[in-house]
Design a protein around this ligand. Structure first.
Ligand SMILES: [Zn+2]
Length: 747
């Protein structure tokens, strides 16, 4: 009997810990959370809503609880969950009150109620089981009204069920805008009753270069998630195998209703006048030359009328006040030689083909406004003389200042820059941190009025290289959760936001596991691509998710669930090439890295005694070449000196340089070299290519090690920026055996 009381107390404490844990892991982080005492049982609930406008929300709540709780029609012993509107609250603002016998969700508008439901969903345990939630009171509202995700259904087609599952994930994290890219060069996905040929001929295609690329990569990486989805292939009337699909208007209305039930509005995009190859393939009269082209003829009245006819039907399907017209990456060369386009320019007093694009965008703007819609376009339209009702979507990360310029002109802006919000790009833990640190309203120099014109942020998921739902989820998760946190929280302390997110992330990954949603596991850490060892080495990789497993092979094959697991340090006594992969709890593979271990072979010091401090920097004209071997072909601009491998401040154009000189190793030892650049770079030591980071690419960091005898070693670093749009070069050396030792340079 004496043991009984402490055991009870312990059980009670454990219970509290579990519930506090779930409240503490809510993403996005609520503005205010006051913990109460006790719990509220949700085994049987009634959903009580007096406001007819909230009936879809009641249905969404009931669906969210399906399979967990019983939703009863009337009271009895059931816990009432009451949904209500309170117009004194702001848009998307909500209160969630959980008391032992009842739950109240009160929103400033429908979206607020949906956000309250999303929070309640996250308070339920990740896995099925006891359905009890902690008593608490949350008062919450978002920093930004536009919390978006772009889905590209043109490059690869997504079924209605796949789109709905994505909407459901968005709703879990309070994202409220789906930007749906429905039309592009590669496929026309929206039924237009006036032009049935668009989907009749433009919705299916033989495999294109993207499809073949996906197939090749799937085979190379032994990853079925990369293959083109066989369920979307068919044999056409000519007996050819084709791939694709489209949405009927009835299906689209159904998806719109499903999204609205979850507090999400859908912004359709039919991209004009560029990205139109599929439209002009089906209807060649739309182009200047009457043949397939990526660009529409904007000199043709018939083509302009076509655009409006298409949008008549689009606007009828999608009730949202914002419609996206594209306007990006227009190849205007056809316009130059087209008699109709030249006639239009003469008639309207337009001086250049850039002006012609502006004229076209303003035509659509007037049309949209007459339909009571806001025009949204990519940032190419920023300087087209549009009115303040139109919205500029910033995407070109290198097109700096567009947010400042647009907001000075009084235009609204949505931020989805390539620098961190392109979800089709590769992701790692650093990418997630960049999203968490990006807060467009905090950009220096914006007035309070300009800040308010920034509607919000959006992740863009272009699908050229994403062909299955599993791969789509992997590309989007977990960075969509990071976006949700960043765009919701008003916490402007970047580092606190980052630290808090990583604390919460494992609990969110557990939720994704329970929902059978694919995601990218956290990075495998503690692994170098190349490691040298003296006698014996140790491989000890780690991953910041306790439920993940690391497995490895040493024969070059891809690790499987049967490969040895890494549970502690792995001793290395002979030269070995490791392939290491991380596995989710369901056994599916996430990422792979390689690590080569080689016995250190020392490079002897050179018999030289350089006298002048620093490295010599040969600065060349940019040749436009895309390899380091092209640098020396450019005329020499100047010879400069730099204390280390870093761009001298004088270089602010023609980022095309060769560093030459000697590195002094202060002791015998293994040295690690790190070279990161955008675009290509190479590092040579004593004439040997140690790091090859060549070719055009965004920032890529590579490492290698060298065993150096004490003394001087010849060093050369080559670097170029392909587009010449800003140099990024980071290079470091550290002595692995004694990090306190510093190398120095002379020439
Ligand atoms: Zn034309």
């Amino acid at each position: 009997m004496t043991m009984r009381l402490p055991a009870l107390i312990l059980a009670a404490v454990l219970c509290l810990v579990v519930h506090a844990h779930e409240a503490a892991t809510i993403v996005p982080t609520p503005v205010q959370l006051i913990e109460g005492t006790g719990t509220c049982k949700l085994d049987t609930v009634t959903v009580d809503c007096r406001d007819a406008a909230l009936l879809p929300a009641a249905q969404y709540l009931a669906q969210s609880l399906a399979g967990r709780a019983t939703v009863a029609a009337t009271g009895g012993r059931a816990t009432p969950v009451k949904l209500a509107l309170d117009t004194t609250l702001e848009a998307s603002q909500y209160r969630l009150d959980i008391a032992p016998g009842h739950i109240d969700i009160t929103g400033g508008d429908y979206s607020g109620v949906a956000c309250g439901i999303a929070t309640l969903r996250q308070l339920l345990p990740a896995a099925s089981g006891s359905i009890e939630v902690p008593c608490l009171r949350i008062t919450d509202k978002p920093r930004y009204g536009w919390r978006g995700l772009l889905l590209d259904s043109s490059r690869h087609f997504w079924s209605v069920d796949e789109v709905k599952r994505l909407l459901d994930l968005m709703a879990c994290y309070k994202l409220n805008r789906l930007h749906w890219h429905l039309v592009d060069d590669e496929g026309w996905r929206i039924e237009i009753k006036r032009y049935p040929q668009l989907t009749g001929q433009g919705a299916f295609r033989p495999f294109d270069s993207h499809d073949l690329g996906c197939e090749e990569r799937a085979a190379r990486e032994h990853n079925a998630d990369l293959r083109v989805d066989r369920a979307k292939m068919k044999v056409d009337e000519h007996g050819d195998s084709v791939y694709g699909g489209y949405y009927t208007q009835r299906q689209l209305r159904d998806v719109v209703a499903y999204a609205r039930e979850r507090g999400i509005e859908i912004m359709p995009e039919v991209d004009f006048p560029g990205h139109s190859r599929m439209a002009t393939t089906v209807l060649p009269w739309l182009s200047c030359q009457g043949e397939p082209s990526s660009t529409l003829c904007v000199g043709s009245d018939a083509t302009l009328q076509f655009c409006k006819n298409v949008y008549d039907e689009v606007i009828d399907i999608f009730p949202f006040a914002y419609v996206h017209m594209g306007g990006d990456e227009v190849d205007k060369r056809n316009w130059q030689s087209c008699p109709r386009c030249r006639q239009r320019m003469r008639q309207c007093g337009i001086a250049s083909i850039e002006g012609l694009q502006g004229w076209f965008v303003r035509q659509l703007e007037a049309y949209f406004n007459a339909k009571d819609r806001h025009l949204v376009g990519w940032d190419e339209i920023a300087d087209d003389g549009l009115g303040t009702g139109s919205v500029v979507q910033w995407w070109r990360g290198w097109n700096k200042g567009v947010v400042e310029r647009a907001t000075v002109q009084g235009k609204q802006v949505i931020c989805s820059p390539t620098t961190c919000l392109y979800f089709d790009y590769g992701q790692d833990d650093g990418t997630i941190d960049e999203i968490l640190r990006y807060d467009p309203r905090s950009t220096a120099g914006l007035s309070a009025g300009q800040q308010q014109l920034i509607l919000g942020m959006q992740g863009n998921t272009w699908c050229e290289w994403i062909a299955t739902e599993a791969r789509l989820q992997y590309q989007v998760m977990p960075r969509m959760i990071a976006l949700a946190e960043r765009v919701w929280t008003s916490d402007t302390c970047r580092e606190r936001v980052v630290a808090r997110f990583h604390e919460k992330l494992p609990a969110q990954l557990e939720r994704l596991d329970a929902l059978h949603v694919r995601y990218k596991l956290p990075d495998i850490t503690g692994v170098s691509e190349h490691t040298l060892y003296n006698g014996h080495g140790v491989l000890w990789p780690a991953i910041a998710y306790g439920k993940a497993t690391l497995r490895y092979t040493t024969d070059g094959t891809v690790p499987t669930c049967q490969s040895p697991a890494i549970t502690g340090p792995v001793e290395v006594t002979r030269d070995t090439h490791f392939t290491i992969a991380s596995f989710r709890p369901d056994g599916s593979r996430s990422d792979m890295v390689t690590a080569t271990y080689a016995q250190a072979r020392y490079m002897p010091a050179l018999d030289v005694s350089p006298k002048t401090d620093g490295l010599l920097v040969e600065w060349h004209r940019n040749t436009g070449g895309d390899h380091c071997s092209d640098i020396a072909r450019g005329a020499l601009i100047a010879r400069l000196v730099s204390p280390a491998v870093q761009l001298p401040p004088a270089i602010d154009h023609d980022y095309s340089v060769i560093f030459k000189g000697y590195l002094y190793a202060p002791a015998d030892g293994i040295y690690e070299f790190v070279l990161g650049s955008d675009d290509g770079s190479q590092w040579l030591i004593d004439g040997t290519l140690l790091i090859d980071n060549d070719g055009p690419h965004s920032t890529v960091v590579r490492r290698n090690q060298a065993a150096l005898r004490q003394g001087w070693h010849a060093t050369e670093v080559h670097y170029f920026d392909y587009n010449d749009n800003g140099g990024t070069l980071h290079a470091t050396v550290r002595c692995v055996d004694n990090p306190a030792l510093q190398v120095t340079y002379k020439h």
